[in-house]
Ligand binder design. Structure first.
Ligand code: PEP
Length: 249
């Protein structure tokens, strides 16, 4: 049986003062949680996480990484820098990066590989737009996004990733996939993982993301192939984030 993982994606939110309150609030309520928990914060605040969370039950990470190891790439942050600040997880391929920064599946695959080589766990996001869902293309889209990553990292590294299914139409919209809809896609993704490496596929955590909230988290995470959540808006309030973490059984 796979353990559960709940990860907060803070996106471009926070301040040193607000973060300190949020992090101490989360730490205060983590006792007896059945799920592992992490926060992925804006890069400038990684130092604050390193400072406040070291030795705690709450892991931390980043929201993106460069695929390059170092050098003349203005504005970029490479994997070794994230590792320097104790990141365990790094989100790659979030739909906001794909949509606003033109990130291709090939680039997401390179970033995934760079993170694995640096010893961190990439959280690889895949998901379809509303138009693609309505056109019946959901599995085709997510399989293409996942396939590029699997081709790049190969079967031996499969156990090093976390996968997140995030239907684009559910992110930040308040519209959530029903547990059955999400489970159907998660099961399809698991099939694709099995075709890559059958043994590792059973260990890979597949998170759901897209308006997961305290009132829908338990039903979503009760599905056999939903191994936790990637949480945006609800990760910005300690009480909501904790309620989601504790909804994992
Ligand atoms: C996300 O951006 O990863 C996300 C799931 O956002 P929200 O929970 O706000 O829909």
């Amino acid at each position: 049986m796979r353990s559960k993982l709940v990860v907060g994606n803070w996106k471009m939110n926070g301040s040193r003062e607000a973060n300190a309150l949020l992090l101490t609030g989360i730490l205060a309520g983590l006792a007896n949680a059945k799920a592992a928990a992490a926060v992925c914060v804006p890069a400038p605040y990684l130092y604050q996480c390193h400072d406040l969370l070291q030795g705690s039950e709450l892991a931390w990470g980043a929201q993106d990484v460069s695929c390059q190891p170092s050098g003349a790439y203005t504005g970029e942050v490479c994997a070794s820098m994230l590792q320097d600040f104790g990141c365990r997880y790094v989100i790659v391929g979030h739909s906001e990066r794909r949509a606003y920064h033109g990130e291709s599946s090939e680039l997401v695959a390179k970033k995934t590989k760079a993170l694995i080589e640096a010893g961190m766990t990439p959280i690889v996001c895949v998901g379809e737009t509303l138009e693609q869902r309505e056109a019946g293309q959901t599995m085709e889209v997510v399989n293409e996004q996942l396939g590029a990553v699997l081709d790049k990292i190969g079967p031996d590294a499969l156990a090093s990733i976390v996968l997140a299914y995030e239907p684009v139409w559910a992110i930040g919209t308040g519209k959530t996939a029903t547990p059955e809809m999400a489970q159907q896609v998660h099961a399809g993704l698991r099939e694709k993982l099995r075709a890559c490496n059958a043994a590792s596929a059973e260990k890979v955590l597949v998170l759901y993301g897209g308006s997961m909230k305290p009132d829908n988290a338990a039903d979503l995470m009760a599905q056999p192939d939903i191994d936790g959540g990637l949480i945006g808006g609800a990760a910005l309030k300690a009480a909501d984030f904790l309620a989601i973490i504790h909804a994992a059984k």
